[in-house]
Design a protein around this ligand. Structure first.
Ligand code: ADP
Ligand code: MG
Ligand code: ZN
Length: 617
């Protein structure tokens, strides 16, 4: 995967401070008792001390508080000793008696009186000195961390004068070539790149470029990627921060950080400021009671800064979000994020292009791009990147050094349905049920006009819990779906259960996912697409979040809501009946295809269609 995109400031670990102060204390101890620290001192008893004195080995003696330190010459070496002082009135006499007439060999002895430091000196030693040493070490540590970051992470420039820091990357390698498809977005952004390259071209005529552009689209469509590509193409510093970082990392100083950010960006102009996931700070201010003060202040500051700075200087603000509908209107008015760049899920050609970009990074041979691109309808760029990587991993697992089409196909299925679950044992009866169920879906799809062709049927269980599935692949991407198309899809969803009913006279839990899908679709037909007779073109539901899972809420009375349920049920029942009648009319095909599937476990759409055609005369 890609390298981390937002450079979060690194802080020195606070526990380091504690360690430093211990070190300082150790150093001070060394200063106060240099003698002790200097050499190794052997502890001995008072008796051997006296004995050494008497035998004339002792050279000098120092008595300090209740310890006696002395050195003795033994075997030509001077050894330092230490012993406890005993209240021995004879000690001085002994030492004097032991003096030899030779002045060189006299024992030098004295008592070290503990030095009484002046209170000021004490204060300096105990408080100021450690503090000073601590501060110096601290600053040094900070500097060396900074230096290491500069050395390792490319060219980072730190900025800001408060606490935590944000870094601007100045040498981004990402270019538009790394972003496949998304041609409209690139077109718009190229103008910005051109402006950053050559601002005078625009300013001489008096034009100001938009200050900000908002990248909008579902997750994984390359918003963050394309923002980096703009910086890479323009070769300007890239200040990247995620919206949530403002409120999380700089608690209580989001607004100050925004001010800092713009100040530094103006100094580094031309440059790009990129605020990822801007919805974290840019949410509408009027929602809810007692909103989030911190966030609102940050947003207000952002609005003020965007108004305040000179658009001709060459600071361009890019922001990305997948929840544009939650953004404060003030952010979107002209002079702020007045350009809106839509990043959509890739179409067939787009998917091929994205697969190509990512396949460049892995070794591969004659990939049938068309099959893979068709099988991945609805996938985002990020998912496609993941599919290519999964395929490469699979190739390695299989002991090959090239990625093939089958690796890609298998990894598509892994991403859609989970990995194969080889050790899951199904009883013969269960296997039979699953086979008929899946063939039911496939047959109903095949018998209806305008359904997507069956691509593959399998009864190998998957880790997602699917015991088998039927994969349909659209032959050409449809943007508009008719009422009949949607109804036929619901019929196909009900085909599995219908097969169980018609062929076995009973049914299982195997249709739970089909039920969910069929209901969702039938409900959308009634509430969103105006496809029921009763409610005509009335809006019954609004979509809250177009890019994140389509969650929606009803906008109608409770009575209508209950009535909608009846409408939905009506559609599903009609579809179910149709599916059952298709299966009943083709029992022969059902038996043949199902036994073929049980034998093979996985069959292709072509193999299935052959059986259908042979028996459908
Ligand atoms: P977003 O910010 O829109 O959620 P990202 O920009 O983070 O998505 O995309 C995630 C990854 O998906 C990228 O790093 C890239 O590998 C891949 N990707 C997404 N869109 C594209 C694209 N159009 N072309 C090539 N790769 C893409
Ligand atoms: Mg992103
Ligand atoms: Zn099913």
């Amino acid at each position: 995967m890609k390298k981390e995109q937002n450079q979060t400031p690194k802080r020195v670990n606070p526990y380091m401070g504690f360690l430093w102060s211990i070190l300082v204390l150790l150093l001070l101890n060394g200063l106060i008792f240099p003698k002790i620290a200097e050499k190794q001192i052997i502890s001995t008893d008072y008796g051997s001390f006296i004995e050494k004195v008497d035998s004339g080995k002792v050279k000098d003696v120092a008595i300090k508080s209740n310890q006696i330190y002395f050195t003795a010459e033994e075997n030509g070496k001077t050894i330092a000793y230490q012993t406890g002082e005993i209240n021995d009135p004879q000690l001085v006499n002994r030492l004097l008696n032991a003096q030899s007439p030779n002045p060189d060999k006299r024992i030098a002895f004295n008592q070290i009186v503990p030095r009484e430091n002046s209170p000021i000196l004490d204060f300096l030693l105990m408080w100021i000195l450690p503090g000073l040493v601590f501060y110096l070490l601290w600053r040094q540590a900070g500097k060396s961390i900074q230096a290491r970051m500069n050395a390792s992470g490319g060219n980072f420039m730190s900025f800001g004068n408060s606490g935590a820091k944000i870094y601007a990357e100045s040498d981004i390698k990402t270019t538009f070539a790394d972003v496949a498809g998304q041609d409209e977005a690139k077109e718009t952004l190229k103008e910005i790149v051109d402006f950053l390259h050559n601002p005078t071209k625009y300013t001489t005529i008096g034009a100001t470029l938009p200050k900000g552009a908002l990248l909008v689209g579902p997750p994984g469509t390359g918003k963050t990627l394309i923002a980096r590509a703009v910086a890479g193409e323009a070769k300007v510093p890239f200040f990247a921060i995620s919206g949530s970082e403002f409120v999380q990392m700089f608690v209580g100083m989001g607004a100050a950080k925004v001010r800092d950010l713009f100040k530094q960006a103006t100094e580094k102009a031309p440059c790009i400021i990129f605020i990822d996931e801007i919805d974290a700070i840019g949410k509408r201010r009027d929602t809810g009671i007692g909103g989030n003060d911190e966030r609102e202040q940050t947003l207000n500051q952002l609005l003020t800064e965007m108004d305040g700075f000179d658009g001709r200087k060459g600071v361009v603000i890019l922001a990305a979000t997948n929840r544009p509908e939650t953004l404060d209107k003030a952010l979107l008015r002209p002079g702020r994020f007045d350009r809106r760049i839509q990043m959509e899920l890739p179409d067939l050609e787009g998917r091929k292009a994205i697969l190509n970009v990512h396949l460049k990074k892995v070794k591969h041979e004659n990939i049938d791009m068309d099959i893979v691109a068709r099988a991945t309808a609805g996938s985002s760029g990020a998912e496609l990147a993941n599919i290519v990587n999964e395929a490469a991993l699979r190739a390695v697992r299989m002991g090959r050094n090239l990625v093939t089409t089958s690796d890609l196909e298998e990894s598509v299925e892994t991403v859609i349905a989970g990995a194969q679950k080889k050790n899951k044992i199904l009883s013969t009866k269960e296997k039979e049920t699953v086979a008929y169920h899946e063939i039911g879906h496939a047959l109903v799809a095949a018998m209806q006009t305008n359904s997507a062709p069956v691509h593959k049927i399998t009864i190998i269980p998957r880790t997602s819990g699917a015991l088998g599935y039927t994969m349909q692949v659209e032959s050409n991407e449809q943007s508009l779906l008719s009422k009949e198309d949607l109804f036929n899809r619901i019929v196909t969803y009900t085909g599995g259960r219908s097969a169980e009913e018609v062929m076995f006279g009973s049914f299982t839990t195997g249709a739970s996912n089909d039920i969910e899908q069929a209901t969702k679709l039938a409900r959308a037909m009634v509430t969103r697409y105006g496809m029921s007779d009763k409610y005509d073109m009335m809006e019954l539901e609004t979509v809250n979040n177009a890019y994140l899972g389509n969650d929606s809420s009803l906008v109608c009375s409770n009575e209508t809501a209950a009535d909608i349920d009846k409408e939905v049920l009506g559609i599903i029942k009609k579809a179910h009946e149709k599916a059952k009648s298709i299966i009943s009319a083709n029992k022969e095909i059902m038996h043949k295809a199902a036994s073929f599937l049980i034998e093979k476990e996985t069959i292709t759409g072509d193999e299935f269609m052959k059986i259908v055609h042979e028996n459908n005369k």
